[in-house]
Design a protein around this ligand. Structure first.
Ligand SMILES: Nc1nc2c(ncn2[C@@H]2O[C@H](COP(=O)(O)OP(=O)(O)OP(=O)(O)O)[C@@H](O)[C@H]2O)c(=O)[nH]1
Ligand SMILES: [Zn+2]
Length: 210
């Protein structure tokens, strides 16, 4: 179960809670499933070079899906009162996620901007990258990733305006299926006063032109 505090887990004692918890994957179960999968595709799971693969995958899953067990409220819990009440924008935050339809990666960048709460509380810049990871490191679709990052900034630090733009290439569209390498999907979410056309245009200008 995810410990995302948006989903009614606030205040509960959580096993393995924390921004970078480990130990949440049932590794023997995951390894058994990978072994079965290898057999299903016609491989020999007892082939010497494959013997350790199921457990390797199970261990990797802990890292690859760590966001499921990261609490966004905790990521954004520390703020600084520096009385900055205008746009803060971090561009080109690396995104590495997994499409929940095919469990193949989608990778690219996120641009995250926000206008702090009226009292000018800001979060540490690195926390925006951690927030993106929190929502990216889980089975995901790009649209949901984009809105979850935007909504978290409103909810947890009271941002008066938020703009999130995510641009990714989906391996499920390049390695298989429609096979369109190089195509990039762009999604955006805008909240609060950044919905105002002039403010939004200014933020989009900074995102696209630097
Ligand atoms: N909206 C959205 N779609 C995604 C995302 N990642 C993958 N997809 C799409 O999910 C869809 C799943 O479609 P299905 O028809 O159920 O699956 P499929 O037969 O494997 O589809 P094809 O990829 O067209 O072969 C595909 O069109 C994918 O391109 C995402 O982040 N957002
Ligand atoms: Zn996919």
């Amino acid at each position: 179960m995810s410990i995302d505090s948006e989903h009614s887990m606030v205040g509960q004692a959580l096993p393995h809670s924390g921004p970078s918890s480990t130990g949440f994957v049932d590794k023997p179960r995951a390894a058994a499933a990978v072994r079965e999968f290898l057999a299903a595709i016609g491989e020999d799971p007892d082939r010497e070079d494959l013997l350790e693969t199921p457990m390797r995958v199970a261990k990797a899953a802990e890292e690859l899906f760590a966001g499921m067990h990261t609490d966004p409220a905790e990521v954004l819990s520390k703020t600084f009162d520096i009385s900055h009440d205008e746009l803060v924008l971090v561009r080109d935050i690396e995104v590495q996620s997994f499409c929940e339809h095919h469990l193949l990666p989608f990778v690219g960048v996120a641009h995250v901007g926000y206008i702090p709460s009226k009292d000018g509380r800001v979060t540490g810049l690195s926390k925006l990258g951690r927030l993106v990871d929190c929502y990216a490191k889980r089975p995901q679709v790009q649209e949901r990733l984009t809105t979850q990052v935007a909504d978290a900034l409103v909810r947890y630090i009271g941002a008066r305006g938020v703009i999130v733009v995510v641009e990714c290439e989906h391996m499920c569209m390049t390695m298989r299926g429609v096979r369109k390498p190089g195509s990039r999907t762009v999604t955006s979410a805008v909240r609060g006063i950044l919905r105002d056309p002039a403010t939004r245009a200014e933020a989009m200008g900074l995102i696209t032109n630097g």
